[in-house]
Design a protein around this ligand. Structure first.
Ligand SMILES: *Cc1c(COP(=O)(O)O)cnc(C)c1O
Length: 483
């Protein structure tokens, strides 16, 4: 039974419409919002008010003193929306079609990697402890061994990320001296990794050779002086494949380095450990092949094609490994125990025959068309069978699309893919995109030619139920609000 007081309080709550008419709702902070976002915000706040009034925990005195007005509500709506804007780190569903999306945290870890990571977080471990001798051991030794085994390198070390790896390598082996780089490779990657800036911070002097689109072996040769310490090659973009002719002249470059006593360094960026050539990523060099060609030092990321945690991996000859470990910078950029654990868990999977299924990044890249079709059908069937909406304002279809492995702003290799396309006879496709983005968990797709696309390649099987739930809700509302 409601008390009279409760009834009176409930009655005093202003209507959504009257709040929208209030002078304060015309302020910039509200007027710039899409109308439905404001309406939804007001509804949520009013709902909380009603719940508070009806709650047995709310006492008489509180109810008597309670005040309400449109402006108080609007202030709360503002705080509520602010909270959404400053959302804490949370799950999002990646239906963008970009597998390694830097803004969404790049690689998703395999469950084996997470198990190892949780263990390292929860328990004491033999991180730097030799169990045989009972004395201090080498940090990251298991990972070093796995990396050497998988790549054929003689030594390996792991730092915080690939940018740190390049910095450490340059600073250790070329501080105060010259490093020769092709003009075509002085790139900016992912918006914040600029080769010339890293070189400057590493204390080395950059010597640019060749032109943007052509650098010959002779260009390198002519730049060598007594001040030269190294030749640096940089993979021009994470996944760019256009005109990848380096494999042919890499041995020549290595030879040139040996002739003149220079260290040859290759920043591979994405480091592919398992061959994706059968899946169409044919011209991305395999790490073990680059090792075979005699490059002195190779660096790449842990959370790109490798599919592990953020880390910078350095493969090198043992004499360079010793120098790198002695540099105080190595301590400043060392990987933490959780990273080492997750990386070990990921690398162990590379010895398994079904590695392409067990590492999510590789699974997304290699998922068959048939699998994507099945996902699409599953979603379509659940939606067209649901009675929440009929199809006179919305149409759904599975369309041909392309997905990307991910990377910077360079031309990228695409993977043939399928997407679920949602279009509305009313247009307003931005609003559709917005509604999927502003729910919990947010579902991120993209707009293309007036349709809203959800990539069936970058979602995971466990996202499907959530996508169906969201689509039923959003498309139902859409249908009801068509007048
Ligand atoms: C991505 C990339 C980097 C930066 O790697 P992080 O792990 O993000 O620090 C450096 N060089 C190349 C060639 C890259 O592709």
């Amino acid at each position: 039974m409601l008390s009279e007081l409760q009834t009176a309080c409930l009655r005093s709550i202003p209507s959504v419409e009257s709040i929208l008419q209030h002078e304060m709702a015309k302020e910039e902070r509200f007027s710039r919002l899409p109308r439905w976002v404001l309406v939804e915000g007001i509804r949520q706040v009013l709902d909380l008010k009603r719940k508070w009034i009806l709650s047995p925990q709310t006492n008489r005195q509180e109810l008597e003193e309670w005040q309400i007005s449109a402006s108080l509500i609007l202030d709360e709506v503002d705080r509520y929306l602010q909270k959404i804007r400053q959302a804490e780190l949370g799950r999002v569903i990646n239906a963008t079609g970009i597998i390694l999306h830097t803004n969404l945290g790049r690689a998703v870890l395999a469950s084996e990697a997470m198990e190892k990571m949780t263990l390292a977080a929860r328990c004491f471990t033999n991180l730097e402890f030799d169990l045989i001798t009972g004395t201090r051991g080498k940090r990251g030794e298991a990972v070093t061994r796995l990396l050497c085994h998988l790549s054929g390198a003689q030594d390996a070390l792991v730092v915080n990320n690939n940018a740190a790896a390049v910095l450490l390598v340059l600073n250790t082996l070329a501080e105060g001296r010259q490093v020769i780089v092709s003009r075509g490779e002085l790139v900016e990657i992912g918006g914040s990794f600029r080769v010339p800036e890293i070189m400057k911070k590493g204390g080395v002097r950059l010597v640019e050779v060749g032109t943007t689109n052509k650098t010959r072996l002779d260009d390198y040769r002519q730049a060598i002086t007594s001040e030269s310490a190294a030749i640096l090659k940089v993979h021009p973009s994470n996944f760019q494949i256009v005109g990848f002719s380096e494999e042919a002249n890499l041995p020549e470059l290595v030879h040139l380095g040996q002739e003149h006593g220079l260290v040859v360094i290759y920043d591979l960026g994405s480091g592919m450990l398992a061959d994706l050539a059968p899946y169409g990523l044919s011209r991305e060099p395999l790490v073990s092949r680059i090792v075979q060609q005699g490059v002195d030092i190779i660096t790449f990321s842990g959370d790109k094609l490798l599919g592990g945690p953020q880390a910078g991996i350095i493969l090198c000859r043992p004499k360079y490994g010793r120098l790198l470990r002695q540099n105080p910078l190595a301590r400043a950029v060392r990987a933490d125990k959780m990273t080492l654990a997750a990386l070990e868990g990921t690398l162990r999977l590379y010895s398994e025959p079904d590695v392409f299924d067990r590492i999510p990044t590789l699974r997304m890249i290699t998922a068959s068309r048939q699998h994507l079709e099945e996902r699409g059908r599953q979603i379509m069937e659940a939606l067209t069978l649901s009675s929440g909406w009929s199809s006179d304002t919305i149409s759904l279809e599975i369309v041909e699309d392309e997905a990307q492995v991910g990377g910077g702003s360079f031309p990228q290799q695409t993977i043939p893919s399928l997407s679920l396309a949602i279009s509305s006879t009313r247009g307003e496709v931005n609003q559709l995109e917005e509604r999927f983005r502003l729910r919990q968990p947010p579902i991120l797709g993209r707009i293309n030619q007036g349709r809203f696309l959800l990539s069936l390649r970058t979602i995971q099987d466990e996202d499907i139920a959530e996508i169906i739930r969201a689509a039923k809700e959003i498309l139902g509302q859409w249908e009801r609000s068509k007048e």
